[in-house]
Design a protein. Structure first.
Length: 759
């Protein structure tokens, strides 16, 4: 033996390999066999993202190099963390319907020491299985950006150690369960962008460790529970719901406070708000807050973002008011403010600060203002509103609870500007109805022609839509017949205040009928001034309204429900033919350029086809529909004179500085999805894909083609592809002055089409 030690024999290579193999086996044996098998089953179930294929080439799962798409963390012989994310956070296609989510969570439940589970954008669909309750060690659960539906299961309450629960961007329905308060250590509760209904459980106020409460983009309503005891709460995000009417009670340590687009109608607790020394973002826009606004909020020590637009706030601003030096965004638009814009908010003082203040009664300012008498008159008028608040709340509560489909918010805005003319039925007929009567009126052809030829308001481009069906008034009986008496089985989409029905008129035309419940009372005489506006919005690349019907309240003859009849487009959204459809059914490169040109022409008409133009339309690819010939039409755009949720404001919105560039940026996002062929669902997605596009565009044609939709790689010419990429990047420029005009965009896309034709 001593001789062997003194003169070691060289070890053959195959023995070294065997030793390494056995070493790997030893490492894998450190992981319990049940957990090893569970990871294998998870890989076989998802097979997505492609990085999971590394499971096929290693025995040592616990030492896989972490990445943004896959991370496995072990402690001893147990898996404690599992993170799997779809490509760049995009929504993946749904898993096949014969694949059960129950099977996946049955495998995951074999990891009893799992503390962190993150399955983001991996295509999960179906109800969340009850087996989730077996993961008793769970501390962080993130299942965002999937298609999980149904109620939040009771078994979730078994996770007593839960600290973070994120279920954003799914399809959960039902109410927020009261047992949510059983999570004593819960710090983050985020249920954004689902279809949840009902009110916030009052028990939430007992979650003393809660730091983030995010419930945005649901159908929640009612009073916000008293949250003053939540001394650790830093983020409250309740925007795009129906909460109200009273201002939420919060602890002054809050940092981000967003209640945009709700049903709040009270006055602001200005003294309380002035004590929010850590507040950085305040967004109370698009509500009906009344009473005085305190300019002292501009000087809060941490504030950098204030948006109070779209309310009825009063008060006199002074030229010498102080502001926080870090304040970068202020929106005071569409209120009843008087006085002078504070010097500290004027653009010449801080270049990067964005300040909007149109639609008030400020003196001597560039952005359009009302005369001071307007604000004083409106301020007096809102004093009678509290007497009607309870009636309005009951009305809203009575209709809340239905699911909201994608894109309905934009369509609801369109609905707010009906083409309305009114005559009363006989008083005896009104008495026979239990609660309402229906009013319709015919429009003469002469008046329609006059509107279409009125040179003060309409350019020649509008006449491109003159071949659309003539606008007319409908009788309620016609609409009932067209929809089989508004049968729910033909409901296309619905929210608390709007339902959309698919119907067929007596002449065989397919239509989409939008039933809008008015949240504010309006007499027919206050609506007639808006007749011309909807008549002018006629263009072959806009979804057009072809008629209307009124339903009025018998007690005061105010308009209670408006039915608007729109042309029906049968081929879905542009996204469904770009990034969600089967590959062989997707639009080819030439069709995509043609579609982009159509969208640009629609935007051009909105900007220049009328006076004033229609800007800041919040355009999304899901708002672009396809007709039977696959021609594009924009179905959601921002109409002047429209308040949120069907209300009618009294002032015409006019173009502000760089307002047209909002639509240019949004169009750039649409072009981005047209190029890469996968959904762009967040601002983070935009930034990531834009960066990749910029790098690729500086390289050769091969690099450019490597990032575009694989279904069009062989179809597009090099010059055509490069031209579209370049105009896309210009549209997405962070500096509005570097963005092209819509005319430049249209010219460039038409040039790209010419480059493609010879190829």
């Amino acid at each position: 033996m001593n001789n062997l030690m003194a003169n070691p024999v060289p070890i053959p290579t195959y023995l070294l390999l065997l030793s390494a193999f056995l070493h790997c086996v030893h490492l894998s044996n450190q992981l319990q066999p049940s957990q090893f098998n569970a990871l294998r089953e998870i890989q076989q179930f998802l097979n997505y993202p492609s990085l999971l294929s590394i499971f096929n080439t290693t025995w040592d799962f616990c030492n896989i190099e972490p990445s943004p798409l896959l991370t496995v963390v072990c402690y001893g012989d147990n898996v404690t963390q599992l993170h799997i994310t779809g490509n760049d956070g995009d929504f993946s296609p749904l898993l096949p319907q014969n694949v059960s989510i129950d099977v996946l969570f049955s495998s995951i439940s074999s990891l009893p020491n799992l503390k962190v589970l993150s399955l983001v954008s991996v295509g999960l669909w179906g109800p969340l299985p009850a087996t989730i309750g077996k993961l008793s060690a769970m501390e962080i659960l993130d299942l965002s950006s999937n298609y999980i539906n149904g109620f939040i299961p009771l078994e979730l309450s078994y996770l007593n150690n839960l600290q973070t629960l994120v279920l954003d961007h799914n399809k959960f329905t039902g109410q927020i369960p009261d047992w949510i308060s059983s999570f004593n250590d819960l710090a983050v509760l985020s249920l954004k962008n689902n279809s949840l209904i009902g009110s916030l459980p009052s028990s939430i106020s007992s979650l003393e460790n809660l730091r983030v409460l995010a419930m945005a983009d649901n159908h929640l309503y009612g009073e916000v529970p008293n949250l003053r005891n939540l001394t650790n709460l830093q983020v409250l995000d309740l925007k795009n719901n129906h909460f109200g009417p009273n201002f939420p009670a919060l602890n002054p340590k809050v940092v981000t406070f967003e209640i945009r687009n709700n049903s709040f109608q009270s006055g602001l607790p200005n003294e309380e708000l002035s004590s929010y020394f850590q507040l950085q973002k305040l967004d109370i826009s698009i509500n009906t807050f009344i009473g005085p606004f305190s300019p002292s909020l501009f000087a809060l020590p941490s504030i950098d973002y204030i948006d109070i637009s779209g309310n009825k706030l009063t008060g006199k601003l002074l030229h010498n008011t102080s502001c926080n030096a870090h304040l970068v965004f202020v929106n005071l638009s569409s209120n009843l403010l008087t006085g002078d814009l504070p010097e500290c908010l004027q653009q010449r003082h801080i270049e990067k600060r964005v300040v909007s203040y149109g639609g008030n009664c400020l003196s001597g300012e560039e952005q359009d203002q009302h005369p001071s008498s307007f604000c004083h008159g409106e301020a007096l008028a809102v004093k009678v509103m509290p007497q009607k608040l309870q009636h309005r709340e009951d009305e809203v509560m009575g209709v809340v609870g239905s699911s909201l489909a994608g894109g309905i918010a934009g369509l609801t805005v369109i609905v707010g500007l009906g083409y309305w003319v009114f005559y009363r039925r006989k008083r005896s007929a009104a008495m026979k109805g239990p609660s309402t009567r229906f009013i319709t009126e015919k429009l003469s052809t002469v008046n329609t022609v006059k509107l279409l030829s009125d040179a003060r308001y309409i350019s020649e481009t509008m006449k491109m839509g003159a071949n659309l069906p003539t606008y007319r008034a409908f009788a309620l009986e016609e609409l009932k017949e067209a929809t089989d008496n508004f049968t729910r089985s033909i409901t296309m989409a619905e929210s608390s205040l709007c339902q959309i029905y698919r119907g067929k008129l007596a002449d065989g035309r397919a239509v989409a009928i939008r039933c809008l419940k008015m949240r504010r009372k309006h007499s027919p005489t206050t609506l007639t001034q808006h007749i011309e506006m909807i008549a002018k919005l006629r263009h072959k690349h806009l979804v057009s309204c072809i008629g209307h019907c009124f339903e009025c309240c018998p007690d005061d003859s105010s308009v209670g429900i408006i039915y608007l009849v729109f042309e029906y487009l049968s081929n879905g959204t542009l996204r469904s033919s770009i990034s969600e459809g089967v590959a062989r059914q997707r639009l080819n490169w030439a069709q995509r350029i043609t579609g982009a040109i159509g969208i640009a022409k629609g935007i051009q008409f909105l900007h220049t086809g009328m006076i004033p133009g229609v800007f800041s339309n919040n355009l999304k690819i899901t708002d672009v529909l396809l007709d039977h010939n696959f021609h594009v039409k924009i179905c959601s755009y921002n109409l002047p004179l429209v308040a949120e949720n069907g209300g009618i404001s009294s002032n015409v919105r006019v173009r502000g500085k760089d307002e047209d560039k909002d639509d240019i940026h949004d169009f750039g996002v649409i072009l981005l999805e047209i190029l890469v062929g996968r959904p762009i669902v967040s601002q983070n997605d935009v930034m990531v894909v834009k960066d990749i596009l910029q790098v690729s565009n500086k390289m050769d044609d091969t690099a450019r083609r490597s990032i575009v939709d694989p279904t069009i790689i062989k179809e597009c010419s090099a010059e055509s592809l490069k031209t579209v990429m370049e105009i896309c990047l210009r549209c997405l420029s962070d500096d509005p002055t570097d963005q092209p005009s819509i005319d430049d965009v249209l010219w460039t896309l038409q040039f790209a089409a010419q480059l493609q034709d010879p190829w």
